[in-house]
Design a binder for this molecule. Structure first.
Ligand code: S3P
Length: 188
């Protein structure tokens, strides 16, 4: 069994997609891509600004365009925004040539990990927990439906999640062989 061409991480805000994605990419010798960060770089503005000026709809259009572009890039681990699953047209873009991983996380953990965050416009209100609950009810079935792998992240360190994911995406490869591939790629 060989590694997938792409690994796509989906899941709610505060699931650890960026942290885990970066570590997983390093472990596999893949390139790490974060769709929100690339949107911000291209736009020259951060996500709150994009939501302010263009509305959520403007952001979602940029997100779909970005997912389309990144779906062509192989040898990558892609961290997506929590709402990437909301547009049906994104589903094929997320799944294209990819193993999709749902980082499943309890509401408590999501609340804890996003508590002091100012960069997530959807949570800048009086009751971010209620928003997270509402979004979970809407999106959990979508994440689950798209996922090839559902990985629980609660009470696990990012390191442990990454180790478990490496075993799931390529269970047949012994550790020393993964190391060789990693070194080979780094020196390429
Ligand atoms: C969003 C999640 C954010 C970002 C935007 C909208 C969402 O990404 O794309 O603020 O709709 O859940 P993270 O999941 O990386 O926080």
């Amino acid at each position: 069994m060989s590694l997938p061409k792409r690994i796509v991480l989906v899941g709610p805000m505060g699931a650890g997609k960026s942290t885990i994605g970066r570590m997983l990419a390093r472990e596999l010798g893949y390139r790490f891509l974060d769709s929100d960060r690339i949107i911000e770089e291209r736009c020259g503005a951060n996500i709150p600004w994009i939501f302010d000026v263009e509305g959520e709809e403007g952001f979602r259009q940029r997100e779909t365009a970005m997912l389309a572009e990144l779906s062509e890039v192989h040898g990558t681990v892609l961290a997506t925004g929590g709402g990437a699953v909301m547009r049906p047209e994104n589903h094929e873009l997320l799944k294209r040539d990819a193993t999709v991983v749902y980082l499943k996380t309890s509401i408590d953990q999501q609340v804890e990990r996003t508590r002091r965050d100012r960069n997530r416009p959807l949570l800048q209100n009086d009751d971010p927990e209620a928003v997270l609950r509402h979004l979970f009810a809407l999106r959990d079935p979508l994440y689950t439906g798209l996922a090839d792998i559902v990985m629980f992240t609660d009470r696990k360190s990012p390191r442990l999640v990454v180790r478990q994911l490496v075993n799931r995406v390529n269970p047949k490869t012994p550790r020393h062989k993964r190391q060789v591939r990693k070194e080979g790629r780094n020196h390429a």
